[in-house]
Design a protein around this ligand. Sequence first.
Ligand SMILES: C[S@@+](CC[C@H](N)C(=O)[O-])C[C@H]1O[C@@H](n2cnc3c(N)ncnc32)[C@H](O)[C@@H]1O
Length: 199
Amino acid sequence: MQPVTNLPPGSFFNNDIEAIYDIACKLPNSGLLVEIGSFVGRSASCWAQIFRQLGKKYRIYCLDTYHNSIDEIYRRSRNFEKYFRDNPKVMTMNNFEFIQYAVRDYPEIICVEFDLFKMSPKDLGITQIDCVFDDSLHSKQSIEKCFDDWYPIINSGGVYCGHDYDSNFPTVVNTVNRIAQTNDLTVHNKDSSVFYFLK
Ligand SMILES: C[S@@+](CC[C@H](N)C(=O)[O-])C[C@H]1O[C@@H](n2cnc3c(N)ncnc32)[C@H](O)[C@@H]1O
């Protein structure tokens, strides 16, 4: 894997990037990935760069309410002063404008305002998909709703995955483990906070 570069701010680091690289290797050569919880596009930029490295043609939907204020974005991104220094115009943008600016070099990324509690794949006209990445609210309700809405439309050979499956987020670990048990799925997770189910 080559390094991913020029990432927007956020919390998605090397072990997680390597984990999604391994997932991307398992996916078909072309398809559709939906990310739920995109913030300002850090993990989405990683997915896009990794698919390009692998020569795989993917469309990537970035779904989020995009309700974070610039103060919240800045607060959650305090290690990324360089990004803000190099791109001062983002300080005047709202969340939706910010992500569109941050992912401007990836025409394969489509950003859509989406509340996972109020909307579902059919609101986007999506009937089948190859990969879902849940990095949204991390509550029991949000994790279950995401799984119930999106897992059934994943093609055979696809992947359902998510972030923050670690001891800092016990709700994620417990809810994902319960979903796996109920649906007779295996939770894959190694050396990172990314988990996945193979379909
Ligand atoms: C942990 S952040 C995502 C981080 C992102 N993947 C990255 O790489 O920086 C969680 C995101 O979930 C979004 N979110 C919270 N509630 C949501 C909901 N009901 N529907 C969709 N997105 C939601 C938040 O707006 C926030 O941007």
